[in-house]
Design a protein around this ligand. Structure first.
Ligand code: NAI
Length: 340
């Protein structure tokens, strides 16, 4: 199958080339992001493979279909960037990688929690500059702290398991509770109770119209003063402007992000020679108690190999007229809470 790989980086080339050889697919790696301008590059390709900051709206999907593309391969779990209704209308099959390594994301979540809480970002720079003073680096024990997990699917469940090992007291909110998580001593509560009770709130639910700006000014006002917020899920779960106000007032004590609502203009690129035009993001970078990584929670050897194998396995199933089980349709997404 001829597949155009958009937003391809050196690591995509490495892992996908290895698997493509075994699977017999013909891949073209394109650095360009898929959008209304670049969609013409996909003309004549049976399948197009995209990542989280590519555009797959009505116009792009219509152009893909008109150019002969039949299959849209998402090399991600999240699919909030795809207009599934339009895909259906244009007879495009959409498949994703539902679980490439929930461990990668859960472990990065805990890494962020520890880094921001123990001020490791500041300590690293200080020691390199010969400054061995400890002022400003005071942390707290995670043991006995209350951790609130929003979304207890594959990633949230692993976060619960890890944090239980730290001796934390665990709360969770999910409209579809997970019995495995209850076994780790997690108590399901409503969101307001979680906001009132928890020292740390970590987000692991998908981005949907319901969860857009789940953490807004109202939610932040209900939280414990000095709360820690961690987001490794999707940027728009957090209203960044409200978070900045929360940081300024001290209501938010620590903020760690792997995702940002306007990350499409920033992440996955080397912009170190340019002036960042996003004033909101630049403001975030000025806080000593904010730690940001650029959507790298998924970025482990195991996850990348799994993404390549599953994505190209999805392509093979499609080519052979079979279902891989990873296809997304509007009906299935609406009917299946695990996919919503
Ligand atoms: P999952 O589908 O296994 O779990 C999501 C959970 O969220 C489900 O239990 C679902 O019932 C729950 N949920 C749905 N609506 C909710 C709401 N309104 N409030 C609270 N919970 C709700 O998904 P998984 O694999 O655990 O991934 C979670 C999210 O992590 C993905 O949606 C994706 O956006 C993000 N992600 C981020 C990555 C990164 O590199 N930073 C990599 C992979 C995923």
């Amino acid at each position: 199958m001829r597949i155009a790989m958009f937003s391809a980086r050196s690591y995509d080339r490495r892992f996908f080339s290895e698997v493509a050889e075994q699977e017999g697919h013909d891949l073209t790696f394109l650095e360009a992001r898929l959008d209304r301008q670049t969609v013409t590059l996909a003309e004549g390709y049976d399948a197009v493979c995209i990542f989280v900051n590519d555009t797959a709206d009505e116009e792009v999907l219509a152009a893909l279909a008109a150019g002969g593309t039949k299959l849209l391969l998402l090399r991600s779990a999240g699919f909030n960037h795809v207009d599934l209704a339009a895909a259906e209308e244009h007879h495009l099959t959409v498949s994703r990688v539902p679980a490439y390594s929930p461990y990668a994301v859960a472990e990065h979540t805990v890494a962020l929690m520890l880094a921001v809480e123990r001020r490791l970002h500041r300590a690293y720079n200080r020691v390199r500059e010969g400054n061995f003073a400890l002022d400003g680096l005071l942390g707290f024990d995670l043991r006995n702290k209350r951790i609130g997990i929003v979304g207890t699917g594959k990633i949230g469940e692993i976060v619960a398991r890890i944090m239980r090992g730290f001796g934390c007291s665990l709360r969770a909110y999910d409209p579809y509770p997970n019995d495995n998580v209850r076994d780790y001593g997690v108590r399901y509560v409503d969101l307001d109770t979680m906001f009132e009770e928890c020292d740390v709130i970590t987000l692991h639910c998908p981005l949907t119209p319901d969860t857009h700006h789940l953490i807004d000014a109202d939610a932040i006002a209900k939280m414990k003063p000095g709360v820690m917020i961690i987001n490794t899920s999707r940027g728009a779960l957090v209203d960044t402007r409200a978070a900045i106000e929360g940081l300024k007032s001290g209501q938010i004590g620590h903020l760690a992000l792997d995702v940002y609502e306007e990350e499409g203009d920033l992440f996955f690129e080397d912009l170190s020679d340019r002036v960042i035009q996003d004033d909101v993001f630049s403001r975030l970078l000025t806080f000593p108690n904010v730690f940001i990584t650029a959507h790298q929670a998924f970025f482990t050897e195991e996850a990348l190999r799994n993404i390549a194998e599953t994505t190209l396995g999805n392509a093979r199933a499609f080519e052979q007229g079979e279902r891989s089980g990873n296809e997304l349709t509007r009906e299935e997404v609406l009917g299946d809470p695990q996919k919503a």
